[in-house]
Design a protein around this ligand. Structure first.
Ligand code: CDM
Ligand code: ATP
Length: 288
């Protein structure tokens, strides 16, 4: 079995510029990977079939799985005769705003490139990724990046100031399409993406905390008030910056002092079953 790591992402910023004629939203967002990861095991099959093995009851075991779709598209595009068995060990919460499915698909692309001996570059794999979902291209590279277009155009950024990330996921899943669908374009407070880029380049933790922003947050908070409560709790327990990731409902807190990590983590455990204290990975080389 050949294993590949599929880390979760958080959005340090997420801005929407306008709605496009194709129904997608033109975005400008900064994403970075954290060290909460699924593990994808791949085994070549001589019969050409694609099989998914997953024990998580929320993760589909068939063609609906994004890892399955990744294998199918890659196989068709490059006329591969071999098949694959894909084992998914799920650690990233599902439908959480952490790109779990997208990262599984991206890891599958990277892994198949190796075990099917395709010799493709990451840029070529990212092209394939855009056919699977908007977040998959970013997940092919990992690290930290500015994503534009519908999320598939990736410009690499250096890794930000290192810090702890507390993730808290309430027991509800959200539909990304619903959240974008409820966004009122004329009623948006835009985050300062340029300032966040400067904060990352200077490895300035305080400026990074001052620059976080996600225009989807208000939409999700209105639909699910429990997410707002979680945000307040995270602030109260002393995180330096608190934001919802992606379309939610996971809320993350940035903390740079190790002594405060435990306080925020323990405080939230009282309110929320799924709490994780992880570190920013931020650097794409860690995927290699
Ligand atoms: C919320 C984020 O996760 C932030 O990173 C992404 O923008 C969404 O990425 P994703 O889950 O990979 O999204 P996709 O699977 O491509 O799209 C799901 C649905 O979200 C909406 N969608 C997604 C991306 C985008 N730029 N505009 C949209 O309006 C569309 O209704 C689409 O049908
Ligand atoms: N490998 C996979 N892991 C998890 N969910 C998957 C996978 N493949 C397909 N799905 C489906 O995708 C849905 C969304 O799951 P996912 O965990 O990717 O959401 P997300 O973290 O909100 O993604 P994003 O942040 O990219 O919007 C799930 O409800 C599930 O049915």
């Amino acid at each position: 079995m050949y294993y590949v790591k599929a880390p979760a992402k958080i959005n340090l910023t997420l801005d929407v510029l306008h709605k496009r004629p194709d129904g997608y939203h033109e975005v400008e967002m900064i994403m970075t990977t954290v060290d909460l990861a699924d593990r994808i095991g791949l085994e070549v099959r001589e019969d050409g079939a694609i099989h998914i093995l997953s024990v998580d009851r929320f993760v589909p075991n068939d063609h609906r799985n994004l890892a399955y779709q990744a294998a199918k598209i890659l196989k068709e595009m490059y006329n591969v005769k071999l098949g694959v068995s894909i084992k998914i060990e799920k650690n990233i919460p599902v439908a959480a705003g952490l790109a779990g499915g997208s990262s599984d698909a991206a890891a599958t692309l990277r892994g198949l490139n190796t075990i099917w001996n395709l010799g493709l570059t990451l840029d070529e794999l990212a092209q394939v990724a855009t056919k699977i979902g908007s977040d998959v291209a970013f997940c092919v590279y990992g690290g930290t990046a500015l994503a534009t277009g519908r999320g598939e155009k990736i410009q690499k950024l250096p890794s930000p100031a290192n810090c702890w990330v507390i993730l808290a996921k309430p027991t509800l899943g959200v539909s990304t399409a619903d959240i974008y669908g409820n966004l009122k374009i004329n009623d948006i407070t835009h985050p300062n993406t340029e300032q966040m880029i400067q904060a990352i380049k200077k490895k300035d933790f305080e400026l990074m905390c001052a620059s976080v922003g996600n225009v989807l947050e208000d939409v999700t908070l209105k639909l699910y008030p429990e997410v707002a409560v979680l945000k307040e709790q995270m602030q109260k327990f002393g995180a330096d910056a608190v934001l919802m990731s992606g379309s939610g409902p996971t809320v993350f807190g940035l903390v740079n002092q190790e002594s405060r990590v435990q306080r925020v983590y323990n405080g939230l455990r009282g309110f929320c079953d799924e709490v994780y204290a992880v570190r920013l990975i931020g650097d794409r080389d860690t995927l290699a």
